[in-house]
Design a protein around this ligand. Sequence first.
Ligand SMILES: [Zn+2]
Ligand SMILES: [Zn+2]
Length: 155
Amino acid sequence: MKRKKVWRYYCDFCGKGGCSKPHMARHEKHCTKNPDRVCGMCDFLGLAQRPLGEILAEIPAPPTKDELHGGCVSFNEPEVHIAPFRDATEGCPACILAAIRQSEWADSPVIQFNYNAEAKEVMNEHRYYNEQMINERDAETAAGLRDWERRHGDS
Ligand SMILES: [Zn+2]
Ligand SMILES: [Zn+2]
């Protein structure tokens, strides 16, 4: 019989655990609960990541209990509540999620944000855009080459 003790590593910010130290270190760096997080999605999308402090300063406070119970706050228009998050983050889903989780909105019943769906959508859009750029560039290169060949073909 073999008995083995293994280390487990836990994120300082969200408590998520894992057995791989490098993996958890990477998670911590990007964790949406880390106030100094480095946003991998901004990087992927080519956006200049804004510091979370700046983002949070632009987000209004969530509705109070009185406002919620007074019936003045809409539960059916998630876009109304998420709009300031989109404006403050250039629409990066990971930064939006981080801002929600690190503000009082984290516990608000009116906030709805489908991170997985939105992340998938922006990443697909970005890939499509990149492919278009590459196709355009290739077409230009090919046209330039044909042009060059036409001019130099006889010499
Ligand atoms: Zn974490
Ligand atoms: Zn981001």
